[in-house]
Ligand binder design. Structure first.
Ligand SMILES: [Zn+2]
Ligand SMILES: [Zn+2]
Length: 128
């Protein structure tokens, strides 16, 4: 799939409101928050960039610190809340997903954590 030329250079982080800057990779683009180091992965990017998880997301996952903020809003769609996907076996590990644009938000280190444990997604979606 070609890169979506309409992707903006920067988005606002749904978690901390800092700027997320676009990171361009051959397979797809990703956004990295300059504040909390969270990641926004547009449509399909989570699959296409899985091999690069360590490069894209070098942070050490520290788990959730304290109470989670209220519902996060999609940085690409207006007024669309993100849906939290939680791993039943590791309730600490989760990501937020947009049902309109299929983008995903990961906390710092979380994408790498997920990519290193593919069974995470199988447990979520029951894939074989
Ligand atoms: Zn942030
Ligand atoms: Zn969206």
């Amino acid at each position: 799939m070609p890169n979506d030329a309409t992707l903006p250079e920067a988005l606002t982080c749904p978690k901390c409101q800092a700027q997320m800057r676009i990171q361009r990779y051959p397979e797809n683009d990703a956004y990295r928050c300059e504040g909390c180091r969270g990641l926004w992965l547009p449509l399909m990017a989570h699959e296409q960039l899985e091999e690069r998880a360590e490069q894209i997301d070098p942070e050490q996952y520290r788990g959730s610190s304290g109470p989670e903020p209220r519902t996060l809003m999609c940085p690409q769609c207006e007024f669309v809340p993100l849906i939290r996907m939680v791993d039943v076996e590791q309730p600490d590990l989760h990501f937020e997903s947009c049902k309109e644009c299929y983008g995903r938000y990961y906390d710092a280190g979380e994408f790498r954590q997920v990519s290193e444990d593919p069974s995470f997604l199988e447990r979520l979606f029951g894939r074989d």
